[in-house]
Design a protein. Structure first.
Length: 297
């Protein structure tokens, strides 16, 4: 092809096409210029595209992200093997070894994995094709409703999948395991031009975290207990005063739930505030004493 033909195909100027072709040739890509009448730019005979332009670091990063899931899943195994075969021979064996050695288990300890594979596959398809769907959705309180959704993206949060979709009440998040009777329509849609699923999720996650930490309590504990409280409450614990006896703040969504989580510590913690939490802990203690002090019938 002449540089002018390349320029027309790629909708750039002939000067830009010629400059880029020369840069490709200098970078080692097997293209060369043949001068004179009937000349132009050509690929070396038998040359084909592969992934030779990728650095070793880029190959390792992709292999790590794909991991064992890509090799073991029936839907991704074939394209993953094609990816490996397209790599330069100097990188192929190491990439496959790394991929087979990195296993990503996204289910938290003590949690069960949601069985959403088939539904997830359909949702990936409609997200890619931008197709409107209707589905039955079961809310947390078990109420069902039929939704007409414009799927915008999918999010995996610690092994739990969520669908981000536009609908009657604007953009919302739906737990995939609660979606049933999904019907894909022939209607297409254009997503909002400024929508970005990562940005949306980051904002929503921060809102949810604030809701989950509306109740605060100040505790006096021995310093040896602080690491365990950090493990139990995660981001919802902060150290106020550090010493042999430390002052910490812990947060939770509800007063009752916070009391239940602290009750197991017995007298190893001392709740300084709020008073209502002390009362709730006393109630739980009295209830347990009343229940277990009498012989079992």
């Amino acid at each position: 092809m002449t540089a002018s033909q390349v320029a027309a195909e790629l909708e750039v100027s002939p000067a830009t096409a010629r400059r880029d072709l020369e840069a490709l040739s200098m970078a080692g890509i097997p293209v060369y210029a043949r001068p004179g009448r009937g000349g132009g730019w050509a690929l070396v005979g038998g040359a084909r595209t592969d992934l030779t332009g990728m650095s070793a670091g880029e190959v390792w990063a992709l292999s790590r992200i794909l991991g064992t899931a890509a090799l073991n899943d029936s839907e991704t195994r074939v394209p993953t093997m094609k990816f490996l075969q397209a790599l330069p021979s100097s990188l192929r064996d190491e990439a496959e070894r790394l991929m087979a050695s990195v296993h990503d288990d996204r289910v938290a300890w003590g949690k069960s994995a949601d069985v959403v594979t088939s539904v997830l596959s359909r949702l990936c398809d409609v997200v890619a094709r931008r197709r409107i769907v209707t589905a039955s959705y079961k809310s947390r309180n078990a109420e069902r409703s039929v939704k007409r959704l414009l799927p915008l993206g999918l999010v995996n949060k610690a092994g739990v999948w969520y669908l981000v979709a536009d609908g009657e009440h604007g953009v919302r998040t739906y737990r995939v395991s609660r979606l049933e009777d999904i019907v894909v329509t022939d209607e297409g849609f254009d997503p909002p031009s400024d929508f970005d699923v990562a940005t949306y999720w980051s904002t929503q996650a921060e809102v949810i975290e604030r809701k989950r930490s509306g109740i605060a309590a100040v505790l006096r504990v021995h310093s040896s207990i602080v690491p365990a409280l950090r493990h139990q409450f995660g981001r919802y614990v902060s150290l106020i005063e550090e010493g042999d006896v430390s002052i910490v703040e812990v947060r939770a969504h509800m007063l009752v739930g916070l009391a239940e989580r602290l009750a197991g510590w017995g007298d190893r913690i001392d709740v300084l505030s709020p008073p209502c939490l002390r009362s709730e802990l006393a109630r739980i203690g009295s209830e347990l004493v009343a229940h277990y002090s009498s012989p079992r019938r």
